[in-house]
Structures are given as structure tokens and as C-alpha cells.
Design a protein around this ligand. Sequence first.
Ligand SMILES: [Zn+2]
Length: 492
Amino acid sequence: MHWKTESYDLLREDWIPILWCNGRFSRAGIREVLTKAHRIKQIAAPNPMDRVAIIRFLLALLYWSKGNPPNDAHGVVGESFPESWFQRLEDADTFRLLGHGQRFYQDPSAQRCRPITDLLQEIPTGNNFWHFRHATDYTDGLCPRCIALGLLRLPLFAVSGLPNLMAGINGAPPIYAVPCGASLYDTLVSNWLPRMPLGEPTWAGTQTAPNPHDDVPLLEGLTLRSRKVWLHEPCGATRPCVGCGKNDVLIYKCGFETAGKQENDRWHDPHVFYLSTSPRQALRAADLTKATAFRMDRPWRDLFKAILDTGRHVSTGKATSLLVVGLATDKAKYIDVWERTIQLRPRSSEEETVCLGVSSLTESPPTMSSKETAITRLTQWQHQVKTLEEIVGRRKGSILGKFAASSIQPHIEDGLSSKSGEVLNGSSKVWQDAEHQYQFLMKIMARALYPAFTTVALSRQEELISKISIYQKNRAKHDKTTERKRDANDTD
Ligand SMILES: [Zn+2]
């Protein structure tokens, strides 16, 4: 066996993919990642779902080990996490993937036998569409590193499906927005905010669904698993893992079944934006494969508005990156996963002056703050797009309108989203750029839809029709004259 121990200890085995600040890539265990977080640039998993899942898992470990941040956590803690903070992890003995006794994120009551690839959404199996590869159930296996990543996704990205599988605590997977800093240490500190109650993570004992009438403690909500999983034993010679390609002794099947209903409206996820509370509605990634008359790029307008409304990430007064990850689903189908890093930065005094002085695009009075200006412009954007959707939707026969709207609008929105920092700062220039781009695209579309040869062809057609009409009139006149002459001859 290639592993150091048959139990696969997640504290020490090298399984978390990391990019060091010096540019080197490697994998490391939980202990090394936490104690050297200041030297690690970021989590380097290729799938953004894993990046979000790992950061949230490390955050849960930090809360569990140290509790809420000390008063001086932001800046005075030092430049790294002391090793002594994580002694609780060593004592717990709950981070083993295999072996006897308690296993990490597993439940021995999971009886329904399934291929191990059920843990990773991006691996096409069974009768799913073939892409560049396809996995065969129970024949292709996963290494313990990929299995650990799959287990960490269970609280975040589960969907409802047959047989009686149910979504996790957040319901259909929402969009997750995670603040990220210059190093993994900065990232964890940025997310380590005082929260009450903390509760206990599900790895510390038996998991039970929280009471739907009570607030859900932070650690319970972060770690509540949507599936019961029990790994079967690894077997056979070393083979390439279907997840990462690395040669290893693999696991091919597991117990995998629903963990029951977990969706809970009393849970306030620290990385989710809620659009409404009653009924509870979280911001979600749209299924762009659905054939609709009007197709947006991504829910940028709602996302930007939610960031400003909550002030959750823009009130810190320092530059921040926001890792935004959404898994688009259609009931039990996984459609796609998308990510975008939004740069948030405080407005410079020069920009503030420019913002307050320019109000030509909106009716904003010059006394508005940059945040109010940004909100006003985003509200106007939402209103205008809604009006456009209504007009286009109402005119069912207007193919031209639908075509123009669904072609141009996502393009403009994509351009705006790539300048998220300026949009959130209430910058006027980014909106002027969007307006110019819109006019430019409309001109191109106008030329494409009404080319010159069509106009010429129409003129010729009209000319021909008029000539045919004259010919038919002359022909009828001629026929009548001929008939009259024949009648006269017959009489004679
Ligand atoms: Zn693997």
C-alpha cells in the first residue's frame, strides 16, 4: 500500500493541494496547512468547489480549536497560528479515513452500496453524458486524497434526487462568496469573525439534523453532511485514480445514502447571500443551458447589490478578493460550476471626488456617498433590465427583439462584472464604458440584420411585381379584344 498508514490520517497525510508563496505546489496534511498558513498562498485545487469546501473546513477547525477570535485577532495574533492552538485536533482522534473505530465524516449505518465516484460531481458515470472521459462504476476508483475532497463537499453541494436523496442544509446549492487574502493565513483571519453559538462540528460525534425552529450553531451548519457515507476497503494493485490520475491503491465503492431532510431556514451561512427571508431565497447560479427567450450571463446585478446592501465585504476599508463559486443544477443534474474572483478595494480620495462630481448617468445628487451612488446605479440597472425583459417577453413574435436582447445584454454584463471593483465603488466611468459598448454593438447588429443586398432585392422584387401586374392587365385587354373580334366574325 502506498499510504503511510492503513488508517489514512488526514492530520498528517499529504492530501490538501496548496500553492506556497514561493510558487511551489505540493500537498500537505491538516496540521502543516494550519501551522504554515502564513507561508501558503492559497488552496490550489483545480475545482473551485474544493477551494471553497477546504477553506470552510479549515475555518471550522480553527473555530473548534480556538473558539471565537481573541479581541486582538486581526493583526495582533502575529503572522501565523501557533502550533499549540491545534492540540485539540491531536487529542480528538477523529480524522482517520479508514480503520476501526470512529472515521472522519462517515457513518457505519450507510448500507446502500454505490460506486465511490458518487463523491465527485464532475466525473461522468452510469448513463451520464460522455465528455472527454467516462468512468465505469466499480471499475474506476478514487485515491484517499480525492475521497477526502469529496467528503468535504457533502455539506455544500448536494442536490435532491432518487432514491430519496435530499439537498444539504442550504437547499439547492447556493452561490458561495468567500473573502480571500494575500495568504491562506490572511484568508482564514478574514473569515474568522465572532459568532455565537458555535456548537460542535459533526466530526466530533453522531450527526443529527438541527431543530428547524432553533438557530443553527455555526460549526454544526458548516459541517452538516447531506449524505451518510461509509468507505469500503481499498483493494487490488495500484492503478491511476480517476479523480487525480495518480497511481495508488484505490477504493471502488462505499455505502452512500441520504442523511434525511436538512434544509433549514434558521441557518445563516456566513458565505451565502440571501435575497429574501420569507420565503427564504438564496442567490443561486442559473442554469444557462435552459432554452429561454432571454438569457443573462450570471446573476451579477443581484450579487453586487447584495454585497453593497449587506456591507459584509466592503466595509473593511482594505482591499479584499472575493472568491465567488456557484454550482448550477437542474434538480438532480449538475449543469456546471463557475467561479469569479471579485476585487474589492476602498475608493481613493481622487475617485471619490470624481464620483461626487459626475452625476450625468444618474439623477444622483452630488452629495451622495460612493456606496449610495453605487446602489443607485445598480438599482437603475436592475430596473432597466427588468423593463427590457418584460418588453421582450410580452412581444412573443418579436424574434428580432429577443435576439438583440439575449445577444447584447450578457456581453455588457460580462464586461461590467470584470470591473466589479469599480461597479461597487460607484464609479461613473465603468457605466460610460458599458454605454459606449452597447451603442457599438447595436450598430453592428443593425448592419447585420439589414444588409444592403436585402434592400436591393426588395426593390427589384417590387419592380418585378409592378411589371407583372402591367403585363397581366395588357394580356387581359388583348384577350378581350380578340374575343370580341371572333364574336363579330361569327355573326357575319
Ligand atoms: Zn485521486
